[in-house]
Design a protein around this ligand. Sequence first.
Ligand code: V4E
Length: 237
Amino acid sequence: MSVEVERKFVCDADTQKTLEGIGAVCVGQRQFHDQYFDTPDFQLTLSDMWLRKRKGCWELKCPTTTVCGSEETSGEQPKGEALCTRYKEITNLPEIQQRVKEVVKHNCEEGESACQPAEKVIEEEGKSGGSSQEDESWLSRLNLTCFAEFTTLRCSFTLEEEGVQIDLDQADFGYHVGEIEVLVPEGEEVQSALERIERTARKLGLTGDQRVQGKMNIYLQRNRPEHYAKLLSAHVL
Ligand code: V4E
């Protein structure tokens, strides 16, 4: 499990040139399709938990506070650092299922008789034997359905002197966004990552102090207004 520290930024036709100008090296372009899942009443995303399937792999992003119980940002943060998001990235499926159940279970306890106990879901998952149809039965047991899916064309750069990756994303619904990111291995300090991201942002001439919207914000705004409004009022987005 690692922590993804990330700052999004507005990119345009000149961004690639700017990146090359500061010494960033293009390490490739790839395309991927993401599917995001939640319960019909948005229990996961209202907890700021983002369950997705990308290239056949499951990933769960959770706020660092939820998982660790302590956040390293008490008190005032420098402006640039406040623009960075920090999420735990979990890629181990049994652990993902456990985390999801800890949130979704709540609803079961409040009277949804169709829900099974968490232990039952794990137990049955263990018996599934690996066919893709059976592998995904845990989704319906936990009342999870896909609420967003889109394809991204991503051009990735590295800036070696700072140890950061910079991605330029083009989503198929017509939104472009850049991200400066560092994956911090579990147990390591995120502070250095924040500083390296901030230095990279300055090298790129990023001056704005407004948070830049991610692909999901725009997708929900356009396609799932009710879901989007709920996340806004819960201050998740
Ligand atoms: C964490 C999160 C979401 C999940 C998608 O995260 P994001 O990093 O935007 O997607 P992507 O495709 O770049 O993933 P990567 O390839 O880097 O793993 S959707 C919404 N959130 C929360 C969130 C937030 N509150 N604010 C900002 C600026 N971004 C994301």
